[in-house]
Write a protein that binds this ligand. Structure first.
Ligand code: ADP
Ligand code: MG
Length: 480
């Protein structure tokens, strides 16, 4: 009887083997270990969170059918994920009951996100923790992602300062001169990962400290909700309880003066009380737009450290770590190819890695250099570098040799108006921002002005050859 679970699983495997390619079988099913069978629930151990998500996404029907076939209609499946053994040596693996899984929530979260967080954060909203009655300080969930720790954050020239400042802050929150610590970089270069790592470091050294990670967007939404519900004081008190407050993507506060005001006062309160503030941003403080000067000056009080694009060796090391953590395998020459071809965004590198795994698995092909090359080729073409309103503004200003402040000013000078209209036109075309946001960032105009600008640029292109040349050239510059 003891080994009944092994027999059940090997029977399942026999069915599964008949239904999928040998390659997929080897990749996704051979590494699975059955652990137990209790009350018709078969528990399987998988090497990583990534593995589990992959199985759920691609093989759930087959798994369900097979389990029901072997165990009858009551049969259920439970997964146990081997966590990173360096940090979790003493912890029980997560157990997940298949029927209670929120499958939708699994679509978007980053790989390796701990399962117990998913339903709370995947939709982008943390339930307002301060409305929980009888809230005690220790009950606050820090909203940190376990795998975003320092062990998994590869060191390189690109991140030396930010990483060591982060470690210093993590071991001595509120007590270093890095307060606030501001981390800035382009998209996909590790800001979110690094600030989570700092939060985890604090928790490891000072479990009693209250740490909270929020995005500026979540902060804003909670603030708006608190006004709506008439519990603004609770909101403020909740945030004043923090020992370490991490606010990700602070540029999300741009153009929101009320939220900035409340954050300004919170910042002062925490700072005066020796609490640690950590923020991230997509630009250096001096280049932030839409943030009030008094808040911007606070951001410059501590240390601003940027994350740069990692060099080739560091990119390889990052991919190797990822592959190791995910429990999958990939030839070294393929890893090198990804690192060589995708050189500006780590998230895109990881995306390519997953696409290659997917291609190989779906098309039943081994992972070879030529398969990888074709995937990367398509991948790079399909995901052009992210274009932001700020980049567009810079490009347009560079083109016309116009200072950026002019474009953002209210100036009605002809050249300035034209440049501003072009910036609006391209922002509408290439970003997902609303007309209101675009207007806000381009001289504090309203959405109607942006709409008018877009029409004007379209019309002028048809009638004015010189103008069309401007548009074409700027377009090329934006898309380099
Ligand atoms: P950002 O917040 O700057 O857009 P993220 O922190 O989301 O970027 O990082 C994107 C992905 O790259 C994440 O999966 C993260 O784990 C990974 N990553 C970034 N920097 C590193 C690093 N130095 N070592 C390992 N992984 C990294
Ligand atoms: Mg981020």
């Amino acid at each position: 009887m003891d080994h009944q679970f092994q027999k059940v699983w090997s029977d399942c495997l026999a069915v599964i083997k008949d239904n999928i390619s040998p390659h997929a079988f080897k990749t996704w099913f051979a590494p699975i270990r059955p652990i137990r069978l209790q009350n018709c629930i078969l528990t399987l151990q998988v090497p990583s969170q990534f593995f589990y998500e992959w199985l759920e996404e691609h093989y759930i029907d087959l798994l369900k059918k097979t389990i029901k076939k072997e165990l009858g209609p009551e049969g259920r499946l439970e997964y146990s994920i081997i966590m990173d053994n360096t940090r979790h040596a003493n912890q029980q693996p997560y157990a997940i009951h298949a029927p209670t899984l929120n499958k939708k929530a699994l679509k978007n979260p980053p790989i390796n996100m701990p399962v117990n967080l998913q339903s709370e954060t995947a939709g982008g909203t943390i339930p307002n923790p301060f409305v929980i009655p009888g809230l005690k300080k220790l009950n606050i969930h820090p909203q940190l992602i376990d795998s975003y720790n320092f062990d998994n954050f590869i060191q390189g020239d690109c991140n030396r300062l930010a990483r060591s400042a982060g470690i210093a802050v993590g071991r001595n929150p509120g007590k270093t001169s890095f307060n606030p610590l501001l981390v800035y970089s382009g998209n996909g270069l590790g800001k979110t990962h690094l600030v989570h790592a700092i939060g985890i470091e604090v928790k490891n050294h000072f479990p009693e400290k209250t740490v909270l990670y929020v995005t500026a967007e979540q902060f804003t939404n909670q603030f708006i909700d608190s006004i709506r519900n008439g519990n603004q004081n609770d909101f403020v008190h909740f945030y004043q309880m923090m020992d370490v407050l991490i606010v990700d993507d602070i540029h999300g506060l741009a153009g929101k003066p009320k939220t900035q005001d409340v954050f300004f006062h919170l910042f002062n309160h925490l700072h005066q009380n020796g609490k640690q503030i950590i923020i991230t941003s997509d630009t250096a403080p001096a280049e932030m737009s839409g943030i009030e000067p008094r808040l911007m000056s606070r951001f410059k009080w501590g240390l601003s450290a940027d994350l740069q694009v990692p060099d080739f060796e560091t990119r390889i090391a990052i991919l190797q770590k990822k592959i190791h953590n995910d429990g999958v395998e990939m030839p070294q020459d393929v890893i090198e190819l990804i690192s060589a071809k995708i050189d500006t965004n780590i998230r895109e590198m990881e995306g390519a890695l997953i696409s290659i795994l997917a291609q190989s698995s779906m098309n039943k092909k081994d992972i070879t250099l030529s398969l990888a090359a074709s995937v990367i080729d398509r991948f790079v073409k399909q995901t052009p570098r992210e274009i932001t309103i700020e980049n567009i503004q810079k490009t347009v200003c560079h083109y016309f040799d116009l200072p950026l402040e002019k474009l953002k000013s209210k100036s009605r000078k002809r050249e300035t108006v034209q440049a501003r209209q072009l910036a609006m036109y391209f922002s509408k075309m290439y970003t997902k921002s609303s007309l209101a946001i675009i207007g806000n960032k381009c001289g504090n105009k309203d959405h109607a002005t942006v709409l008018h600008a877009c029409k004007t640029v379209k019309n002028l292109q048809d009638t004015d050859k010189q103008f069309k040349k401007y548009v074409d050239e700027i377009d090329k510059m934006i898309n380099i």
